[in-house]
Ligand binder design. Structure first.
Ligand code: FAD
Length: 770
């Protein structure tokens, strides 16, 4: 294998050395600025609570592997965890978290107050409405895990060197060549920064932005209160607290205090640079809240406390992968003890084989738009992540930094009463629905959770799209302009993109094992010029890394804009406006043309993500307002409306169109995802129709067959044309026969669902082709 230098011997650096050497890469050197293995980093004093349950399947599975591995290495005590609810909203949230556990294979149970007190006798059960018990959770001994993994790595040839602070990263020809410490130089092919919250400083040495914010968080230990080492770890999310036993004493961690961002220059010197002095004033509210839950603490005192530093990112996910700016420079940062072994395994697989078996798109270092790398953005979002770490977060809750990216239609959308949401991955604002559209005469009742950030107006917008015509803002869709020979895209995609000029192909980017890295549309605008409709920055990254000389790739998203004009009257709207022949024979489905629409130079793609006649119409951003106004004016006599994301998702699910990153990822192949027919797959993305019209899942809920969890929901929405909620779900192939009766876990309910033949709407695609 190549020569690898890992910077940092915290729990992540040690886990990575173990995972790399286990895969036969023995030329691994771990350089640590402090001593081994109480290095002074975050791992040295982490209390080590491991709660595996997470809305993200990837994070949950990283945690699960961490537990399995540390159990085997005998540095994990599986005492179980308890999360308590003191409000009805939290109790409902615990049921939702139980569902995540069912979906991702982490058994748990929701307990009544008496049962919580049996598990954790120090609890005042009168204060508690219930609890979530996860028997597989527990306590990792972080330093012991460092030692155990380092020992195995050393036995396989790795070196761990203390007092070796990296002060320079050397490169040659855009590639890593080595690192230098104060004393020595280490030539190498690959550097992995596992420097924890020091990551940004290592990034500076490499010329790579590492978007994380070091923050302090308070942890104390009490006098003995009659605790014991077998007590489960405990969370009291309603007051932002967590607890563990230290023998007879209790340790209390708090996120209740104001966020405390830390400048690296202000870290204390000495042996524990990640331990800032304790600030008792900011802990008093936490103490009162702790006593309220655990009355036995009342007469006791805090024996010691500190403000410990660790990493926060804008979206709460780690930073994994190889920087594009400097080949051979990797990061594995912003990782908790909880996910340490799982993240290290994923990165090691990726380094050694070119792919991770776990979908890492949420964690990829290259996932950000440039604005999302701005220090001001990282600061504000990380502060909010800290404050919200235990909050009940709805998937559509708006972020703290708004209007990061807006389309040129924004002013018009606002005039129409648009309610905006953020496309989280890319930071674009996009309308969810428009208040200017009337609600339906008899809106359907819908459960409270799925009614948040939703409006019955979505039904109006969906219906008018099917009956007349609607304008959808497609600006947030990533657009790449690729110039060069067709062979480049032909080799990278699963389909045949070598069509005549004017052809459009829907296809996928596959990883070395056939996993779906993205789904894209490729429009051939000229012999050597293509417009690629993609899913985000990771697609740009994927193509740039593989582009040979002579191929040029530009992200034109921000400089352009687009409107999806869809519905049976779409042709009537555009025909009088354009010099392009839009007659059915001249401009067919999956074709593209360039021309004008009024005064606006446009590229029209005859595609529809909602299953109707129509076009994606793209223009330069400076022409955008004019494009909107032109279509809007011409559309009036055809009853045009503007429609938002809520209607869009409903229509796309009626047509069975998959959303990459939600319905399918690199863990799935084309056959499993239903994008190609071929060999019989073991599991399939499957369409379910729900019986209860009043409950609409949001995604990630478990699916049950005969009472046992068998899969999970990806996307769901009410299908207004078919008159029932639709859910797509991953299921074992044997359960995907149409008519199969299943249940979806939704909070404390089980919703009946039936496997349906897809697509539910217009299976012959007559509308698209009209
Ligand atoms: P670190 O352990 O910080 O290791 C990074 C290493 O890099 C350090 O040893 C450092 O010395 C070294 N380094 C830095 N710069 C250089 C350089 N230039 N050259 C050489 N070496 C360098 N997580 C949980 O999962 N559960 C918990 O209960 C929990 N509780 C926490 C409580 C507190 C108070 C704190 C502060 C954190 C807690 N965490 C918890 C978070 C967890 O501790 C960290 O996320 C985790 O330890 C990070 O591990 P790491 O290996 O990435 O970083």
């Amino acid at each position: 294998g190549p020569r690898v230098v890992i910077i940092g011997a915290g729990i992540v650096g040690c886990a990575l050395a173990d995972e790399l050497t286990a895969r036969g890469w023995t030329g691994v050197t771990v350089l640590e600025r402090g001593p081994l293995f109480v290095t002074g980093g975050s791992s040295s004093h982490a209390p080590g609570l491991v709660f595996q349950t997470n809305p993200s399947r990837t994070m949950a599975r990283m945690a699960r592997y961490t537990v399995e591995k540390y159990l085997e290495l005998e540095c994990f005590r599986q005492v179980g965890s308890l999360e308590v609810a003191t409000t009805p909203a939290r109790l409902a949230e615990l049921h939702r978290r139980f569902g995540f556990g069912q979906s991702w294979g982490i058994p748990s149970a929701v307990l009544d107050p008496a049962a919580t007190a049996t598990l954790f006798p120090l609890l005042d059960s009168d204060r508690v409405l219930g609890g979530l018990h996860v028997p597989g959770d527990g306590l990792a001994s972080a330093v012991a895990a460092c030692e155990a993994q380092a020992r195995r790595a050393t036995a396989r040839g790795a070196r761990f060197i203390a007092d070796a602070e990296v002060v320079e990263i050397r490169s040659a020809g855009g590639k890593v060549a080595g690192v230098r410490t104060v004393d020595e130089t280490y030539p190498c092919d690959i550097v992995v920064s596992c420097a924890g919250f020091w990551g940004p400083r290592i990034g500076e040495l490499a010329g790579v932005t590492i978007p994380l914010l070091p923050m302090a968080h308070q942890y104390v230990r009490t006098d003995g209160v009659g605790a014991h080492d077998d007590l489960p770890i405990l969370r009291h999310q309603d007051r932002d607290l967590y607890f563990r036993a230290h023998g007879e004493a209790v340790g209390i961690g708090s996120y209740l205090h104001e966020p405390m961002p830390v400048e690296l220059a202000d870290l204390p010197g000495g042996e524990h640079p990640s331990m800032m002095p304790f600030t008792p004033d900011t802990f008093s509210e936490s103490w009162d809240a702790a006593v309220d839950l655990l009355p036995a603490l009342g007469p006791k005192r805090i024996v010691d406390g500190f403000n410990g530093v660790f990493s926060f990112t804008a979206d709460g996910f780690p930073l994994l992968g190889e920087a594009r700016e400097l080949s051979g420079f990797w990061t594995a940062e912003a990782i908790w003890v909880t996910h340490s072994a799982g993240a290290a395994r994923a990165v090691a697989e990726w380094m050694v084989t070119g792919r991770s078996s776990l979908d890492l798109h949420e964690c990829d270092l290259n996932r950000f738009d440039p604005a999302q790398l701005a220090p001001a953005y990282v600061f504000e979002r990380a502060i909010r992540s800290f404050a919200e770490v235990y909050d009940i977060v709805h998937p559509l809750d708006p972020p703290s930094v708004r209007n990061l990216r807006v389309s040129p239609f924004h002013a018009r959308q606002t005039e129409l009463g648009a309610v905006f949401g953020e496309a989280a991955a890319t930071g674009w604002e996009r309308p969810l629905w428009y208040a200017a559209n009337p609600p339906p005469p008899a809106p359907r009742a819908r459960d409270e959770w799925s009614s948040r950030h939703w409006s019955p107006i979505a039904e109006t917008e969906a219906r008018i799209t099917r009956e007349r015509v609607a304008m959808y803002d497609m600006t947030p869709l990533t657009r790449l302009e690729v110039t060069g020979p067709v062979s480049f895209l032909q080799e990278l995609t699963s389909g045949d993109v070598d069509r005549k000029v004017g052809g459009v192909v829907y296809t996928t980017l596959l990883d070395p094992a056939g996993g779906i890295r993205s789904d894209i549309t490729v429009a051939r605008l000229a012999e050597n010029r293509f417009q690629v409709g993609a899913n985000g920055p990771l697609d740009l990254d994927w193509l740039l890394r593989r582009a040979p000389a002579g191929v040029e790739i530009r992200d034109v998203t921000g400089g352009t804009c687009g409107i999806g004009l869809w519905g049976p009257r779409a042709r009537d709207v555009v025909a009088p406006l354009t010099d392009i022949d839009v007659s059915p024979g001249a401009f067919r489905y999956f074709q593209c043309r360039e021309g004008h629409l009024g005064t606006v130079p446009v590229t029209m793609l005859r595609l529809s993500y909602v299953g109707e006649l129509g076009w994606e119409i793209y223009a330069r951003a400076d022409h955008g307002l004019r494009l909107w106004d032109t279509l809007w004016a011409a559309g009036q006599e055809h009853g045009v409306i503007a429609a938002g994301r809520a209607a869009f998702t409903s229509l796309r699910l009626e047509k069975g169109y998959r959303a990459w990153g939600i319905d399918m990822t690199s863990e799935d192949d084309l056959y499993q995802a239903g994008l190609a027919t071929g060999p019989a797959p073991d599991r399939r993305l499957t369409c379910l129709v729900l019986a209860d019209a009043g409950a609409v899942p949001m995604g990630r809920e478990p699916v049950y067959a005969d009472g046992a969890p068998v899969g999970h929901v990806t996307s769901a929405a009410f299908g207004h044309t078919i008159g029932a909620p639709i859910a797509y779900a991953w299921l074992p192939a044997a359960l995907t026969v149409p008519g199969t009766e299943l249940e979806i876990g939704y909070f404390d309910r089980r919703l009946s669902a039936t496997v349906a033949t897809e697509p539910l709407f217009d299976p012959e695609h007559q509308r698209l082709r009209s």
